[in-house]
Design a protein around this ligand. Sequence first.
Ligand code: SF4
Length: 232
Amino acid sequence: MSQSNILDEYLRIVASVRSYVEEQIELGFLSVPASEVSMGAATLVAAYESMEGIRATVESCQKCSLCQTRNNTVFGAGSEQAKLVFVGEAPGADEDRQGEPFVGRAGQKLTQIIEAMGLSREKVYIANVLKCRPPGNRNPLPEEIQACEPYLIAQLRLIKPKVICALGGFAAQTLLRTDQRISRLRGRFHTYQGIKLMPTYHPAFLLRNAKFKRDVWEDVQKVMVEYDREQS
Ligand code: SF4
């Protein structure tokens, strides 16, 4: 589904919720003034029109059970004008403690990769599919992904990157709706929300398996070719 289709779908849901509430008011089951219902719907739409609006929505989000075990939400970091976005799976313990993405050992490895590409963390954007840490770093559940992915889509809709680099099998499989292994997905571009997406190995995997560094380097070089093409 394209980004504009998703927004249309979102607005359609808002409109149907609004008409349901208005109907309930009409029938006397609710006593909220209609003006407040309109304002509520408008506020909901406005919340997705700015990064701060999405961030505030995430910070108070209780759409899945991970809100009960998180210490902090981990929204994302970097430039809102980034042409390149890195997307991981979910926050780990360090990220949950600090509220920032990729700040542990794997985060340091990602920083090295970004700098080797001639970029900086400030120049790109870094986010995860899930904004709250799954307990014990277990894999995200389908219902958690379904609840949380709209935030990532909203972030991408505002940033409008030219390239996404998916970090690790789980992020790549989630975004591409596939169960293919990362070893088969990496090395070539796919499409997510109309944006070119390159899957590569997760930096945490590289810490344990240094022999895959060359593969990651090949992947990010392809990303850089695309990035440079968009810059020129
Ligand atoms: S993981 Fe996402 S959907 Fe679940 S509570 Fe956190 S922000 Fe909300």
